[in-house]
Design a protein around this ligand. Structure first.
Ligand SMILES: [Zn+2]
Length: 463
């Protein structure tokens, strides 16, 4: 009876003239492909592992959600239980989706959960893993499989497009800890944790046209997926969160995206029950947003997208002798290997990379701003984006490319892992220049304008 009334009202809205198109519902579809490796292979994220994976805690997935607005404009968000997508993988996936589906690069966001219990894919950070030729071969095969899976999941999501309603709101969940400002070894004794952190849980809720059944939920959190460091495949806390949500609502798809969690760790950590605990905490935060009456805001079926690329540059490459000394004397084997690999590139090319392309998306989903940052972006960028776009903006990190950590000017000045010492394993001989922050935030403001997102004019000036 109720659904008949809704249908009747929809017809009335359509019959009432000029604004009928804008009042039409979204179309939304979801696809998913299991990417759990079917052979023992090397796991991504840690240099300390000394052998390949042994079985799985739960399956790994690539999932995709496709949105189509009332005007037929489409966007696809692909999420994955992986450490990261490299620019090359993203390029291949985009090329195929353009050819096979007519989807342009600005319409596709690829996000990795940054789980440290997934397979090594792509040619990034290889210096930290002791891979022999056979293991490198496996990585190549797995990379091809992931590219195929992403294209398949996105294609399925597009094929499954059907009328839906879309709602957005932020929940809250507090297990992320700023790992630069709170020593892990002391965490049990700390009664006051030092920020900054972003404890928002952005939730995009997709229901059937009657608004009754939740068909899918896309949610995020800004925190390294590093509860676990063992030898079994696992989506870490995001994997447990998706499983908890899907088990509680059979037929609903749950997709997780990583936020700007580069300087955030789930603390304490290092056990499966803790990963499950954080997953359930996050799932409960999402369920609260799904359930709370009149909380999530319904979004009109209008999608505007902007996509751009900034160039970010490093300081000058140090003298050759500096790298030679690291390659010879550094106390950490993978640092010696990283320096040796850079020297080999120097010999081959006559120079070292001193810049990178930095892609960014800004989507306006019926008035809900969503920004997608690339790289291992520190949380400070999410907080900055919310000052500019409003506190309810959705912020993704780890999208499209994992070129390196992306520190702010302050963090570069402070130094440490995210500001400086991780650069070498990411293939850069020098740290980023401090103007990285103004280049990235400048692109954000430009794209926000293009996508019709409101930017707060009195936000502090971009440094
Ligand atoms: Zn990381």
């Amino acid at each position: 009876m109720w659904s008949k009334w809704i249908s009747f009202l929809t017809v009335l809205a359509l019959a009432s003239g000029g604004t009928a198109v804008a009042q039409q519902v979204w179309k939304v579809g979801v696809g998913r492909v299991n990417i759990t490796p079917d052979e023992p292979m090397w796991m991504a994220g840690y240099a300390a592992r000394d052998h390949a994976a042994e079985g799985a805690i739960h399956p790994l997935w690539i999932k995709a959600i496709a949105l189509e607005d009332a005007g037929g404009n489409r966007g696809v968000i692909i999420t994955a239980d992986l450490l990261g997508f490299t620019a090359k993988m993203t390029g291949e996936i985009r090329d195929r989706l353009r050819t096979e589906r007519g989807i342009q690069p600005g319409q596709i966001i690829l996000n990795a959960s940054h789980t440290h219990s997934g397979p090594v894919v792509g040619r990034k950070l290889l210096c930290i893993y002791p891979l022999d030729a056979a293991a490198e071969n496996q990585v190549e095969r797995m990379t091809a499989r992931v590219v195929d899976a992403a294209v398949q999941a996105a294609g399925d999501a597009i094929d499954n497009l059907s009328p839906a309603r879309v709602f957005a709101a932020n929940g809250v969940c507090r297990f992320a800890v700023n790992r630069r400002n709170n020593p892990e070894a002391e965490i049990d004794g700390l009664s006051e944790l030092k920020g900054p952190s972003d404890h928002a849980v952005p939730v995009l809720k997709i229901t059937d046209p009657e608004g009754k059944q939740v068909r899918a939920v896309l949610f995020g959190y800004a925190c390294h997926a590093t509860v676990l460091s063992g030898y079994q495949w696992c989506g870490d806390y995001p994997g447990f969160a998706m499983i908890a949500l899907e088990e509680a609502a059979p037929g609903m798809a749950a997709l997780f995206f990583q936020g700007c969690g580069a300087n955030q760790n789930p603390l304490p950590r290092r056990s499966v029950p803790l990963a499950r605990q954080y997953g359930r905490e996050l799932a409960t935060a999402v369920q609260r947003v799904l359930e709370e009456e009149n909380y999530a805001r319904e979004l009109p079926a209008e999608l505007q997208q902007a996509y751009g690329v900034a160039t970010i540059e490093t300081e000058a490459v140090p003298p050759r002798e500096t790298l030679e000394k690291i390659a010879r004397e550094h106390g950490t084997p993978y640092m010696r290997k990283a320096a040796a690999e850079l020297l080999a590139i120097w010999d081959r090319d006559g120079r070292l990379p001193e810049s990178a392309e930095y892609p960014m998306h800004m989507w306006n989903i019926g008035g809900q701003p969503l920004v997608a940052f690339a790289g291992e972006t520190v949380v400070d960028y999410a907080l900055r984006a919310k000052k500019l776009l409003g506190k309810d903006a959705f912020v993704m990190g780890y999208c499209d490319d994992i070129m390196s950590y992306i520190p702010t000017a302050d963090i570069i000045r402070e130094g440490g892992y995210e500001g400086e010492s991780s650069q070498l394993i990411y293939g850069f001989a020098a740290k980023w220049r401090e103007d990285i922050e103004s280049r990235i935030c400048g692109l954000l403001v430009a794209l926000a304008g293009e996508a019709g997102c409101h930017v707060t004019p009195d936000a502090e000036p971009i440094p």
